[in-house]
Write a protein that binds this ligand. Structure first.
Ligand code: GLV
Ligand code: MG
Length: 324
């Protein structure tokens, strides 16, 4: 193991993250009572320019008045290139009270963006004498942010998670998409010609590189990697397929842009009973192996070794976190 210790972000359940437009206060109570692990109140792209000021007021009131229970509550502020951003930060922290847990920062491009926000948030926190430090969620959704992701992921002690913002990422990289966060049938492999044999066409995952890259940058810095939106909320199977692809690569959760996606995300990102049982059997088998002085043993005809303990421990820890 490396000599460097990677400090882990505060442990939070983040299987589902519900997006709620700040301009639609009638949705706030329902969001607070939903099964989402995290709710983010949006001041950015779900809010039209004419509604920005009112949305900010709504969000401040919601932070003060609504019972959010044990939920993690976040506010997505506007980008650093807008004139809304400074007041989003100042007003929400100065007037929103202590309930806010996280600030979500969109379209991050460089580590200096994080630094600038850290400075502003630190000043606001100090001015109001906040007891609880606000954490940051960063959306990786422009090409510059992806290019600088390694430095960005280590840019502040406030960082908790990186999110793949597939809609803006597609716009920024000029990727060809059909459904937000879904596959494109043009991205596939046609098998070679082999005489008269019929050729197969396999769809590929056009988001694989971006998500895998984000997962590594996040994990190397002790942060949670999160998969962003899936636009077609009438397609539960499509949502789950994308959520599983990201989960398999190491993501911890996914956005829900519609309440119907919350349960789907929670299901995909909670270890199943069978997985937990198998992890427990691995831990038992390895404990026995270690008593016998062995580093590796066979379980169900497959090799397990000390690395298997670490994987099993991660899974059992997640199951405990889910159980509360
Ligand atoms: C999220 O903000 C996205 O652009 O996908
Ligand atoms: Mg976006």
């Amino acid at each position: 193991m490396t000599f460097k210790t990677v400090e882990q972000a505060p442990a939070r359940l983040n299987r589902s993250e519900l997006a709620v437009p700040g301009s639609q206060p009638q949705l706030f109570e329902k969001a607070a009572k939903s099964a989402a692990d995290v709710v983010f109140l949006d001041l950015e792209d779900a809010v039209a320019p004419d509604d920005k000021v009112q949305a900010r007021k709504n969000v401040i009131q919601a932070l003060r008045d609504i019972d959010w229970g044990t939920k993690t509550v976040s506010v997505r502020i506007n980008g650093l290139d807008t004139h809304y951003m400074y007041r989003d930060v100042v007003d929400v922290i100065e007037q929103g009270g202590e309930r806010l847990d996280l600030i979500m920062i969109p379209k991050i491009g460089t580590p200096s963006d994080v630094y600038a926000l850290d400075m502003l948030v630190s000043q606001c926190e100090a001015a109001v004498g906040r007891k609880k430090r606000i954490g940051f969620e960063l959306i990786i959704e422009i090409a510059l942010g992806m290019q600088n992701i390694n430095e960005i992921a280590g840019a502040s002690k406030r960082l908790e998670s990186l999110h793949f913002g597939v809609a803006d990422y597609a716009a920024s990289t000029r990727a060809r998409t059909t459904v937000i966060g879904g596959p494109n049938k043009m991205y596939g492999v046609l098998t070679d010609k082999e005489g008269d044999k019929p050729r197969d066409f396999h769809w590929g995952d056009m988001w694989h590189y971006a998500i895998a890259r984000m997962v590594v940058a996040a994990r190397a810095n002790g942060l949670r990697p999160l998969d962003g939106p899936f636009g077609d909320f009438s397609d539960a199977d499509g949502f789950k397929a994308q959520a599983y692809r990201a989960a398999v690569l190491g993501c911890e959760g996914k956005w829900a842009i519609h309440p119907s996606q919350i349960a789907l995300a929670n299901e995909v990102y909670s270890p199943s009973e069978a997985e937990v049982k198998r992890a427990q059997r691995i831990l038992e088998a390895m404990a026995q192996a270690q008593r016998e002085g062995k580093g590796a043993v066979a379980l169900d005809g497959r090799l397990i070794d000390i690395a298997s303990i670490r994987q099993a421990e991660v899974l059992v820890a997640k199951a405990k976190q889910v159980a509360g």
